[in-house]
Write a protein of this length. Structure first.
Length: 286
């Protein structure tokens, strides 16, 4: 049994970042939630507290566990300070390769030499992200799912440079966090984004062609294949703009027509209808 990780830094306090920080803190780690904007970090911390309180109200966790998780959390806007003593660094910045490379180049010089670096990217090349590091063998994908405190899957993505030691540590970290693990080789879209997106894009084409309503297309997957949520509603939660970016990336990387974004997706994004976060996508949201 590996020694539990005691210190972690999560970079980016958005939806995924604060969710990953929540899971890490609940597993016993002292966690620094970093963001360049202190107000964003504060909102992330407030969201964690709200979700922990919901857990208590639903008898999912104890009051003591909530209190301890919150005590394990702090925020920072200083990257060097945030990662300086971290045994685990998880980057959860927006899906832009150049941004992620810039972050990894900095943490490569700031973090301890034995720290594990994970990126929560859902589709970008882990190999390219790691290429800016002096020790790419300690870098791998750590793809959590939204919301991380509820969905237990952790997709670990290894490159040809990822060491066996780093992968073993990442597996132990995942187990410490109570995750269900899969290990995938670095390739565009990995397993989950590639499979999930292909269903989502086909559902959009069916809607565009008038095969059925969004509700009935979603119910086909929910009731016929036991998906907890239909692909169009899921797209609304993920963000239509996010799914468009991933589709365009996979279309470029893999070729063919499989990931060519449907017209309806492009039109909705151009109209600012991005899903739940904008109030409308394939559904209307309050």
């Amino acid at each position: 049994m590996s020694t539990p990780i005691s210190t972690a830094a999560v970079l980016g306090a958005g939806t995924m970042g604060h969710g990953i920080a929540h899971v890490a803190a609940a597993s016993g780690m002292k966690v620094v939630l970093f963001d360049i904007d202190q107000s964003a970090a504060d909102r992330g911390l407030a969201s964690i507290q709200k979700n922990l309180e919901k857990g208590v109200a639903r008898n999912k966790i104890s009051e003591e566990a909530k209190t301890q998780a919150l005590a394990n959390l702090s925020t920072s806007t200083n990257l060097e300070e945030a990662v300086g003593s971290a045994q685990l660094v998880v980057e959860a910045a927006p899906e832009r390769l150049e941004l992620k490379q810039s972050i990894f180049k900095q943490i490569d010089s700031f973090a301890p030499n034995d720290a594990i670096f994970g990126t929560n990217t859902s589709s970008l090349s882990i190999t390219k992200i790691a290429s800016v590091c002096t020790h790419p063998e300690r870098v791998l994908g750590m793809h959590f799912f939204n919301p991380p405190h509820i969905l237990k899957l952790l997709e670990l993505i290894k490159t040809e440079h990822t060491s066996d030691e780093a992968l073993a540590k990442a597996k132990a970290i995942g187990e410490q966090m109570g995750r269900d693990l899969i290990v995938i080789n670095d390739s565009p879209g990995f397993a989950t984004s590639r499979l999930g997106l292909i269903i989502g894009l086909e559902a959009m084409r069916m809607l565009q062609e008038g095969v059925g309503t969004a509700e009935d297309i979603d119910r086909a997957m929910e009731l016929g294949y036991r998906h907890p949520m239909g692909p169009l509603r899921l797209t609304d939660l993920v963000g239509l703009d996010v799914r468009l970016d991933i589709a365009e990336y996979l279309h470029r990387e893999l070729g063919g027509d499989r990931f060519d974004p449907p017209k309806v997706l492009r039109e909705l994004v151009e109209a600012g209808k991005l899903g739940k976060k904008s109030g409308q996508g394939f559904y209307k949201w309050d």
